[in-house]
Design a protein around this ligand. Structure first.
Ligand SMILES: Nc1ncnc2c1ncn2[C@@H]1O[C@H](COP(=O)(O)OP(=O)(O)O)[C@@H](O)[C@H]1O
Ligand SMILES: [Mg+2]
Length: 241
C-alpha cells in the first residue's frame, strides 16, 4: 500500500535500544486506517522492543507520527488516550483484580463514566465467557480467557491502533484459531488498525494485509500477506534465507 496522508501511523528512521545496547536500526513503517500488519521475526529480533518504542515505554530517536501528530515525548497514557492500545507479550492482565476490574482499568483513560459503562456492556456482549466470569480473579482464568481479557481491556480505551505482541503464545492450536477468528471479526466490525507480532505466521497472515520481517533489528520492506506462504516466510524470517 502506498504512503498517503491517510496513514494512521508513520515511523521514519526509528532507532531504539536499552542503554548502550542498540536493538532497532532505522525502522520505517506505515500503518493505514483499518489495516492489519503482521510483524514476524526470530526470538530476539526486536519485535517487543518495537512495540515498546511505539508506546513510549522506552526512549527512541527518529520520527513517529500517529494520526497527524508526533508521539515524541508523550507519556504512554497520553498515547493510549489518543488511540494506541498495547496488549503486551505475556498479556499484562492484573491477576489479582477481577475480570470486570481489569476492564474498568482499561477504560479509565476515556475519562468518562458513560464511556466506561458502555464499554463494559459492549465487550461483555462480545465476550460472553468474560461476562460469566466478571467477578472472578483474572489470575484464575485459562490462558485463552486471559488473552481475550487482555484484548478486551485494550479495547476499553477505544483504540484506533491495537498492538498485539505474540497473542497466541502459550495457547493451544484450537484456542489460537479462535483468537484469530476473533481478531478478523474485530477488524471487520471496528474502525481499527493492528500490528500483530507473531511467531506462528500462518493464521496471522491469513487475516493481514501486509507483513514485515524484522531481522536482527532491521525491518525488511513489507509485502502483501497474501503473497507469502508460510514456509517461505518462516525460512526468511528465521533462517535469513
Ligand atoms: N530490558 C532489556 N534490557 C536489555 N536488553 C534487552 C531488554 N529487553 C530486550 N533486550 C534485548 O533486545 C533484543 C531484542 O529483544 P526483544 O525486542 O524482546 O525481541 P523479540 O520480541 O523479537 O523476541 C534482544 O537481544 C534482547 O536480549
Ligand atoms: Mg517479544
Amino acid at each position: 500500500m502506498s504512503e498517503t496522508n491517510r496513514d494512521l501511523l508513520t515511523v521514519r528512521g526509528l532507532h531504539a535500544g536499552y542503554g548502550a545496547v542498540r536493538v532497532l536500526r532505522d525502522i520505517d513503517l506505515t500503518v493505514a486506517a483499518n489495516e492489519v500488519i503482521v510483524l514476524l521475526g526470530a526470538n530476539g529480533a526486536g519485535k517487543t522492543t518495537l512495540m515498546r518504542a511505539l508506546t513510549n515505554l522506552i526512549p527512541w530517536t527518529g520520527e513517529v507520527v500517529f494520526d497527524g501528530a508526533s508521539t515524541s515525548r508523550k507519556r504512554t497514557e497520553a498515547l493510549t488516550r489518543r488511540g494506541i492500545a498495547h496488549v503486551p507479550q505475556g498479556r499484562g492482565t492484573f491477576v489479582e483484580l477481577t475480570v470486570e476490574e481489569n476492564l474498568r482499568v482499561g477504560g479509565l483513560v476515556t475519562g468518562s463514566k458513560e464511556a466506561l459503562e458502555e464499554g463494559l456492556e459492549r465487550w461483555f456482549a462480545v465476550y460472553p465467557r468474560l461476562a460469566e466470569r466478571r467477578r472472578q480473579l483474572a489470575g484464575s482464568l485459562s490462558g485463552g480467557e486471559q488473552q481475550m481479557l487482555a484484548i478486551a481491556r485494550a479495547l476499553m480505551s477505544r483504540p484506533r491502533l491495537l498492538l498485539l505482541d505474540e497473542p497466541s503464545l502459550g495457547l493451544s492450536p484450537i484456542i489460537t484459531e479462535e483468537l484469530f477468528e476473533h481478531l478478523a471479526r474485530l477488524r471487520a466490525d471496528e474502525d481499527i488498525s493492528m500490528i500483530i507480532v507473531e511467531q506462528t505466521a500462518e493464521l496471522a497472515l491469513a487475516m493481514a494485509d501486509r507483513a514485515h520481517i524484522l531481522r536482527s533489528g532491521e525491518l525488511l520492506p513489507s509485502r502483501l500477506a497474501s503473497e507469502l506462504n508460510d514456509a517461505e516466510v518462516l525460512r526468511e524470517a528465521y533462517l535469513g534465507a
